[in-house]
Design a protein around this ligand. Structure first.
Ligand code: SF4
Length: 339
């Protein structure tokens, strides 16, 4: 099967993607790729932020060269940051992106991607896939779920039988493993000077966003009353209702706040529906991730007031002076309203 440039952008593990990266690096040179204001650098940062806030990266189709190059550059940035947790979050988000796309591919394309990308020994009979057991073992080694243990699989003449869905999951998992292996291969001894500032900014954002769960904050009443929402959340709801294209941090704050006070991910879809890039399946996927229902199973809480201030998302009222977190504001205001 002949793959397209779009395939190389969506599936960075195929040979065509590596070839394009090599050609672009030779033609443009690292200096241009990492120059201030470079589109590749911008997209790489965006890709890492998507991983932090949405747990799934998107595919930027407007410029496929930029999209293809942004993946190795994102890995370079992540290596420079020396943050293993973030690297795992990125790898997981990339895996999720690939998985979502694999679900809509036809059978022949799935086989071709597996052979080209991972050299797997695979074949297909109707809607069932077969993968040689040693390839299966290697690809499933990091999956803890007993569902994937070889003893729980049907083996036919040295080949493991898989449904189309499981075959896609295995391929996405192999891609995640490849990212982690690649990132651990060479040490980045020195970050190019011009990206030092970007790495620093990203580090700050990560510190501010990855959750530190405070029991006093998460101990909320579970009562849903918009009259007690803090002004920052009310503003975000208004903006969403007007169809404004909210940045990652704003979406993350709104979703985590509403989920923390008891809303289910499905109930939040209508809030995000008017946004210009709304996609029901992807939005639900992101929401379920931050709710801890899928993926790493970490339930996220909104960022603190201090963090929201640095992102210009805070517009305090009188009660705000007594709180350090939007959920604490909500609790206090609920008590005031119930007096
Ligand atoms: S102080 Fe906190 S709760 Fe109040 S508006 Fe700012 S971020 Fe929201």
């Amino acid at each position: 099967m002949i793959f397209s440039k779009l395939d190389a952008a969506i599936y960075p593990f195929i040979n065509l993607a590596s070839q394009i990266v090599k050609e672009l690096e030779e033609n443009l040179g690292l200096n241009t790729i990492l120059s201030p204001g470079s589109e590749v650098l911008k997209r790489s940062v965006e890709r890492i932020k998507e991983a932090i806030y949405s747990r799934v990266t998107s595919v930027y189709k407007a410029d496929l060269d930029v999209e293809i190059l942004s993946h190795p550059v994102a890995i370079l940035l992540l290596k420079s940051m020396k943050n293993l947790r973030l690297l795992h979050i990125y790898a997981e988000a990339e895996k999720n992106r690939v998985l979502l796309n694999l679900f809509s591919e036809d059978y022949e394309k799935l086989l071709a991607l597996a052979i080209d990308g991972f050299n797997w020994h695979v074949r297909r009979e109707n809607d069932i896939f077969f993968i040689r057991f040693d390839d299966y073992l290697k690809a499933s080694i990091n999956i803890i779920d007993s569902y994937w243990k070889l003893v729980n699989r049907r083996l036919v003449n040295g080949y493991v039988e898989l449904s189309r869905r499981d075959f896609s999951r295995l391929m996405a998992e192999a891609y995640k493993t490849r990212i982690l292996e690649k990132a651990s291969q060479e040490e980045v001894t020195q970050v190019p000077e011009r990206v030092e500032g970007i790495v620093e900014e990203l580090n700050k954002e990560v510190q501010a966003t990855l959750p530190k769960v405070d029991v006093s904050i998460t101990d909320i009443s579970g009562e849903y009353d918009p009259a007690a929402f803090p002004p920052c959340i009310l503003r975000l709801l208004e903006d969403a209702d007007r169809g404004k294209n909210l940045p990652h941090m704003a979406r993350f704050t709104l979703a985590t706040f509403l989920i923390s006070i008891g809303k289910r991910p499905e109930e939040l879809l209508d809030i995000f529906r008017k946004m210009p890039d709304f996609d029901e399946n992807k939005t639900l996927y992101h929401l379920r991730h931050v709710a801890g229902e899928i993926g790493s199973r970490t339930k996220y809480i909104p960022p603190s007031c201090a963090t929201l201030r640095t992102f210009n998302l805070c517009l305090p009222d009188e009660l705000c002076h007594k709180v350090k977190h939007p959920l604490i504001y909500y609790n206090k205001k609920l008590r005031i309203l119930r007096r």
